[in-house]
Design a protein around this ligand. Sequence first.
Ligand SMILES: Cc1ncc(COP(=O)(O)O)c(C=O)c1O
Length: 410
Amino acid sequence: MLDIETIRSEFPALGQNVNGKPLVYLDNAATTQMPVGVLEAVRNYKERFNGNPHRGSHYLSVKATMLLEEARTKVAKFINSPSTKEVVFTKNATEALNLVAYSYGLSSIQSGDEIVICISEHHSNLVPWQRVAGLKGATLRYLYLTEEYEIDLERAKQIINEKTAVLAIAVMSNALGTIYPIEKIVDYAHNQGAVVVIDGAQSVPHLKTDVQKLNADFFVFSGHKLFAPMGIGVLYGKESFLKDMPPFLMGGEMVEYVTEQETSFNELPHKFEAGTPNVEGAVGLGAAIDYLSEIGWEKITEHEKSLTKYALEKLSEVQYLKIIGSKNLEKRGPVISFTLEGCHPHDISTIVDMDGIALRAGHHCAQPLMNYLQLPSTSRVSFSLYNTKEEIDILVESLSKVRGWLGYES
Ligand SMILES: Cc1ncc(COP(=O)(O)O)c(C=O)c1O
């Protein structure tokens, strides 16, 4: 069992009052708070070792290089990448997806090819593929969902076929909380000859990641959803792809040799890391990985599952509330979307904010999904390892008052 009191005491942001009430932070799918270990690692780097890595031979530059590469090694181990060459630091998951779309997509996808994504993809794993499809004369096709908000596997087998050049799919939907049977789908796509891009932005904080077991050709995530600072993300790519892909951004650091008219490029992964990198972000991500590893996945999963179960039960008791997502605990993560009849999600969010509760309202960067579900938007709560059942009780009590605030009699 998690020692929840100790854990909460390690996150300074959780100790504050908001609107006169203790903060109940339930927007972890958007971004997570940082533990003192991460804050201290970043501060220590900035105070003592701030140098521009890979470019100097003085102490601070060498130290910054060591810390950056140490963080890369931690990431590689964390996601079970066979090599640090396959771990590229980016700004976030969005940039990593753009890197794959622009570099791999534009150089490999041909007119007439098909790109397949799921209807619940975050815009970050959708808009870049729309762009590639538009530029290359390819077709963007969608995997749709069943009434239980799961991928319709039978239909998926028709949509993923020998024309599929790329399948780009999230392990876990940020708008529904569904965890898709990703290994099965990846296997099927590979058998059809497709290259598979996996968006792990929502799954990485909650599920042990093994890029080799997933057999991901590319895998992306953001540090800030995993207790690290904003501005650091990761692209994992199989070396067999990365080595032949053209660079995405050009400039310093990604070059080997530059003449007036020609440039040869640096080795992996530096070929994809143009300009001064976010060393403090990488150091923070390394510290966040250490933090998670110390706690261990077993305890994290157990705690988050019990929160999700409790929240699904309690939210189901709120009158006029409808959960938009699977109720099957085995097929979902700790992200729960819902509607409250007659109430706009932005009103809900503003009203519960008065009770110190942070939840999310809107289309969750998944507008095609909202259109598919014929919903303008939803409210969303998302849990992390530091949330408690007491916080869910506070949420439920606050939600029970919302319709009254908006003038309904019950
Ligand atoms: C599933 C998914 N993919 C991609 C992203 C994009 O992450 P970022 O904004 O950190 O690039 C998000 C962010 O919410 C997400 O939930």
